[in-house]
Design a protein. Structure first.
Length: 541
């Protein structure tokens, strides 16, 4: 047999803090052959990223250590390599793509500067030659009009474009091994499909090996040659992708394969009262130019959307990033200015001011995409969940408020005794349950759910979807469910609006839309989500 390009042998990683030691990776071994894609799969906290970061020694040393192991790349043990030797390997022979490009790219540097920096670090190259190579790389990764993008900053690019820039940086010096750490988790399904196609194409052209880290087994099935299944710091099963999916041996592997939002939403009932409806709802942002900064054009984020949502029903809003999904939800809850009619429980709320809207806020709650970002790290869970009661029901006693908080936590599957702890002490799924409890404690009629499962593992997604269904049936809640994950939408939504460029391009019941989509764009979304054939739809201009 030929020598593997990378060989990880008996690797352990320990973290030391305040006299305590915890083992994050426990005697892990795997190989990656030249030109092979190996997927490292498992839920959050399983040790996947810690293992990947160990390869290039990117962990926070000396807080992290390696009690055992070797990481041999082309005959060299990287764990014992000197700093200057590692610098030659990083960004040159081995490169890495991270999950969230917005936090990985420098917000103060242009696209050209960030990619050219990689070239200048590892090559003797002139500025003109570097610029030419940057343009070539942007073309390779599918950035249109690359010359116009050279001076762009990360905030001026879409999520998919930012990830393509990260890939261009990773490929700048034609590496032999690419480590991709959840590179598509934060992307829409159609953008995700395009990024995976791009990586597969570049892998073939460059002859690269790849370590692909993910919790999405649907991606693994289409993309990887071999799979290593990881949990609690250990690899519990490994083998060719086809064998792992056809005949999983370990209980945890079977658990991962079965972990997908299932079931159906509560049945529709047209006799239920209408909670919220809109007519010709528009959100136009002016584009101001010239010395006097006059509006010369508009970004039509939401452009004439009509919808009706009844008690006990879920309306799914789907579409790619920038389609207007979240803007629609914010306009419906009167958190941004809009035009058109918005009625809540029969009352037109479009013209209401701040003071008049405040009593209604109790009945209109929001659960955001990233619970860690929406929960204050300086407040205990009890204070976070109880804050709304302090604002909207100030007359209740401290004892009654604490009892309501405990009831809300128990209802969302959390131990009320944990109310004295802080958000960083909980997992991602638990933090999302806290965010849901914060909304439910006020007993609302309408809840806007803005991508509440996109940052969660598949098994945790299924748990959160089941929780939301239970709460809806118990309290007759009306949900506006915003998501790009059509598998989750299918399990939760009664009706669906498909949005693109601010417009509702297709509407209907979930069953009709999934069974017989009419628009090519809807077909492309379904194809990307469920791995079926459809006519490809080009990205919007």
């Amino acid at each position: 047999m030929t020598e593997p390009l990378l060989s990880v042998r008996d690797l352990s990683v320990a973290f030391h803090q305040g006299g305590n030691t915890s083992v994050a990776v426990d005697h892990v071994s795997f190989d990656i052959a030249k030109g092979e894609v190996v997927a490292l799969v498992g839920e959050s906290g399983s040790g996947k990223s810690v293992t990947a970061n160990s390869i290039l020694k990117l962990l926070p040393y000396p807080a992290a250590s390696h009690p055992s192991g070797q990481i041999v790349f082309k005959g060299q043990d990287l764990l014992k390599a000197r700093p200057e030797a590692l610098r030659n390997v990083r960004g040159n022979d081995i490169t890495m793509i991270f999950q969230e490009p917005m936090t990985s790219l420098n917000p103060l540097h242009s696209v050209e500067r960030q990619i050219a920096e990689i070239l200048h670090l590892h090559q003797v190259i002139s500025n003109d030659a570097a610029r030419k190579r940057v343009i070539e790389l942007l073309v390779e990764v599918g950035i249109r009009d690359p010359e116009k993008r050279l001076g762009a900053f990360p905030h001026e690019l879409s999520g998919g474009q930012r990830q393509r820039v990260m890939i261009a940086m990773a490929l700048a010096n034609r590496p032999e091994l690419l480590i991709a750490d959840e590179p598509t988790t934060a992307l829409d399904v159609t953008v995700q499909a395009r990024i995976l196609e791009l990586l597969a194409k570049l892998k073939t052209e460059y002859g690269m090996s790849m370590l692909f880290i993910t919790h999405d087994l649907g991606i693994v099935r289409k993309f990887a040659d071999r799979v290593c299944v990881m949990t609690k710091g250990k690899i519990v099963e490994t083998g060719p992708t086809t064998e792992i999916f056809a005949n999983p041996q370990h209980d945890y592997t079977r658990h991962l394969l079965a972990a997908e939002p299932r079931g159906e939403p509560p049945p529709s009932d047209a006799s239920r009262p209408i909670i919220i409806e809109t007519e010709d709802l528009k959100v136009w942002f002016p584009i101001k130019t010239g010395l006097l900064r006059r509006a010369t054009d508009y970004v039509k984020a939401v452009d004439g959307v009509d919808l009706t949502l009844r008690a006990g029903h879920t309306l799914g809003i789907v579409g790619e990033s920038g389609s207007g999904k979240t803007t629609l939800g914010l306009a419906m809850t009167r958190l941004i200015a809009s035009q058109g009619r918005v009625a809540f429980v029969g009352r037109d709320i479009q013209g209401l001011g701040f003071a008049d809207m405040r009593p209604l806020r109790k009945q209109m709650q929001i659960v955001f995409q990233d619970p860690y970002g929406s929960l204050s790290p300086r407040m205990s869970v009890g204070d976070i969940v109880g804050e709304g009661l302090s604002v909207h029901e100030p007359s209740i006693s401290a004892g009654d408020r604490e009892e309501r908080v405990s009831e809300a936590l128990a209802e969302t599957g959390l131990d009320p005794e944990t109310r004295h702890r802080y958000p960083h002490e909980f997992s991602g799924g638990q933090r999302q349950r806290i965010a849901i409890a914060r909304a439910m404690v006020l007993k609302p009629q309408f809840v806007m759910l803005d991508e509440p499962t996109s940052a969660l593992d598949m098994s945790v997604q299924a748990q959160v979807v089941e929780l939301l269904r239970e709460l809806q049936q118990k309290h007759g809640l009306a949900y506006l469910f915003i998501s790009h994950d059509l598998r989750v939408v299918k399990a939760l939504a009664n009706d669906i609006i498909v949005m693109r460029n601010g417009k509702a391009v297709e509407t209907g019941t979930a069953k009709e839309l999934f069974a017989n989509p009419k628009e090519d764009y809807t077909k492309a979304l379904l194809a990307a989500a469920f791995d079926i054939e459809a006519k490809p739809v080009p990205p919007p201009t």
